[in-house]
Design a protein around this ligand. Structure first.
Ligand code: 8OZ
Length: 373
């Protein structure tokens, strides 16, 4: 069996190793434009087999937090071009995570101060992050959303298609569809946020319809071999809830098996929290999920994430339980995480206070092993 440090080809993208930098929101892109500092941050981490960018809004309507990047203005795409050039010069590969927050937003972040959109007009018990007029940041309750009209949905699918095209034009090796963590696609999937009575609500098939329309649009635009997707079957993040996630996500992965995707990225448990978190009566069976995907003919690389340490990551890849392992917080604090895992070297500790917003401190100033020596 391969090890964590062996190369692998996922769809059309060849990776130097199986260690992935997970998408991490850092709120350092004012006006949704990634800066030179953002480029330096990703370049420092380019020895990862694959970098997945922080969640990146496909449209202004898809924005839910202050200072997160976008894919929908020329300036943002120029900013991302600096990032992709830097990563490629350093020998790395990078995909952009395409994001529509749906109801996890605030009127003040929306076009013309309008209501955020959602499958149903159900407010999330969740917070978003705003910048106050005096420049300080603060958390605020998400605003009440409005339910999308059936005839608006095709336009959002089109927004994903355009964003995917723009991403490839900006030099990304591929795109990741963010279908996790209680954002728009996940809001459609789960009965706790979707009580629609049209073709996008009710049955599992209907709740998954939007996800598959997005996958169809993105893969037909940029190729399935340049497309990955992230799901989080049981996460409670952003008030996401479904009482019966196993059949729901089985249907999702069986449908995904029809596409020759680059990878399927699965958050196991509560995002950033307990790996054994459950929704509904039974523990979620991730091995069964993967088996259902394979039985349906799915061949994409399987990417596992959430709370992995070195030992669990080594075991997971060597046993074949996953092809890739994504690390989040460890990559914030360790730009040379691949080397540190290989050498079993000590790890820097991530500092929570600088995760969201700010400048270079806690962002580009974590030392590499060479700098420590
Ligand atoms: C942390 C803070 C804000 C957003 C996610 C995009 O959970 C996020 C996110 C995480 O997927």
């Amino acid at each position: 069996m391969p090890t964590l440090f062996d190369p692998i080809t996922v769809g059309d993208i060849s990776l130097a190793n199986r260690i992935v930098m997970a998408p991490l929101t850092r709120n350092r892109s004012p006006e949704a434009v990634p800066t030179n500092l953002v480029a330096a941050y990703y370049e420092q981490r380019a020895t990862a087999g694959l970098l997945i960018t922080e969640a990146t809004a496909i449209t202004h309507q898809g924005q839910g937090y202050a200072d997160v990047p976008g894919l929908y203005t020329p300036a943002a795409l120029e900013g991302w071009r600096q990032v992709t050039d830097g990563v490629h010069k350093a020998g790395g590969k990078i995909v952009v995570q395409m994001w529509h927050v749906g109801r996890i937003s605030h009127d003040t972040l929306q076009p013309n101060g309008g209501k955020p959109v959602a499958p149903s007009a159900i407010r999330a018990k969740s917070k978003t992050y705003l910048i106050n007029p005096d420049g300080t940041g603060s958390f605020a309750e998400t605003s009440e959303p409005r339910a999308l009209e059936t005839n608006e949905i095709a336009g959002i699918v089109e927004d994903y298609r355009k964003a995917a095209r723009a991403a490839i034009s900006a030099g990304f090796d591929g795109v990741e569809i963010h279908a996790a963590n209680g954002y728009l696609i996940d809001q459609f999937l789960r009965s706790g946020s979707n009580v629609r009575t049209d073709a996008y609500g009710g049955s599992i098939e209907n709740r998954a319809r939007f996800l598959f329309e997005v996958v169809e649009a993105v893969t037909s635009e940029v190729g399935a071999g340049r497309t990955g997707i992230r799901i989080s079957p049981v996460t409670p993040a952003n008030d996401a809830f479904d009482p019966d996630p196993q059949p729901l996500f089985t249907h999702v992965v069986e449908g995904l098996a029809r596409y020759g995707l680059a990878y399927v990225h699965v958050i196991e448990g509560a995002t950033g929290g307990p790996r054994d978190h459950r929704q509904g009566d039974a523990p979620f069976d991730y091995a069964a999920l993967r088996a259902a995907y394979a039985a349906a003919g799915g061949k994409a690389a399987w990417m596992a994430n959430n709370g992995y340490d070195r030992a669990l990551a080594l075991k997971t890849v060597e046993s074949g339980a996953a092809d890739l392992v994504a690390f989040g917080k460890l990559f914030i604090a360790n730009p040379d995480l691949v080397r540190r895992l290989k050498e079993d070297a000590p790890l820097n500790t991530p500092e929570q206070a600088t995760f969201y917003g700010g400048g270079a401190a806690g962002y580009t100033d974590y030392p590499s092993l060479d700098q420590v020596a």
